[in-house]
Design a binder for this molecule. Structure first.
Ligand SMILES: NC(=O)c1ccc[n+]([C@@H]2O[C@H](COP(=O)([O-])OP(=O)(O)OC[C@H]3O[C@@H](n4cnc5c(N)ncnc54)[C@H](O)[C@@H]3O)[C@@H](O)[C@H]2O)c1
Length: 221
């Protein structure tokens, strides 16, 4: 067994650079050895942070999986680009850590689970809030019988910067247009805001997300 897990990244955007890369870099039992992003800017910033060699910065994750000897692949792409690299990495014999939400449809999730079962590797979804002190304390309290058998729970989450639906949806669609490795193209090529300046649904961009009921004024990411 190796001293250090060899980690490769697919997607070196905001969450990868802000959280995942620093977290991996802080470990003594792992090293980031390769990265992949279809956006040259994001790739360059990821390369600077991880200090990986130029020839280990990829645009195509299939190529990275083929050329690199990786133990773990950390998938930090937009939601509608979670399933393909996850399945590819599991099939290449790597453990996978994929950002949340796990995917954009139950069918994609089933494909990911099937690939995990075939590969016998670990597939972990970044449910980071479960590891907060508050969540751990609440879980322990419940497990110890502090409130008997819970039958209802309410959770709230505050977001400091508003709901980033338009920005993420647009970047996601742009990423998918550029991604050579994504087999399902976006259905339309209109901007994220319609002519009245109202938010268009992400389902227009990520076909797997289908709205239910009247959601004309809601944002979905
Ligand atoms: N756990 C959390 O609290 C948390 C917080 C923020 C974001 N996220 C999740 O992280 C994921 C990424 O979010 P982000 O804010 O970093 O987005 P982002 O747009 O900043 O980064 C995504 C990166 O993926 C790249 N990409 C897209 N398709 C690709 C492909 N086929 N191959 C390689 N690279 C590709 C893009 O070029 C981009 O650089 C989302 O699923 C989001 O829901 C989770």
């Amino acid at each position: 067994m190796r001293d250090k897990l060899r980690v490769g990244f697919v997607g070196t955007g905001g969450i990868a650079r802000g959280q995942h890369i620093p977290a991996w870099m802080a470990r003594t039992d792992a090293e980031v050895v390769a990265i992949c992003d279809i956006d040259p800017d994001a790739a360059a910033q990821g390369a600077k942070l991880t200090e990986v060699d130029k020839d280990r910065v990829y645009e195509d994750y299939d190529k990275m999986l083929e050329e690199e000897d990786l133990d773990v692949v950390d998938v930090c792409t937009p939601n509608c680009v979670h399933m393909p690299p996850t399945v590819a990495a599991l099939e290449a014999g790597c453990h996978v850590f994929v950002e949340k939400p796990v995917a954009t449809s139950a069918d994609e999730v089933r494909k990911m689970i099937a690939a995990r079962d075939r590969s016998k590797k670990l597939l972990c979804v970044t449910q980071n809030m479960r590891f907060s002190d508050e969540a751990i304390a609440a879980k322990r309290f419940v497990d110890e019988g502090g409130i008997g058998d819970p039958y209802w729970a309410k959770a709230e989450y505050l977001r400091a910067r508003g709901v980033p639906a338009a920005e993420i949806a647009e970047r996601s669609a742009a990423a998918m247009r550029r991604a050579k490795t994504v087999s399902r193209p976006p259905t339309q090529k209109r901007p994220a805001l319609n002519t009245k300046g109202r938010m268009r649904l992400t389902s227009d961009i990520c076909p797997a997300i289908q709205p239910k009921g009247d959601v004309s004024t809601k944002t979905r990411v």
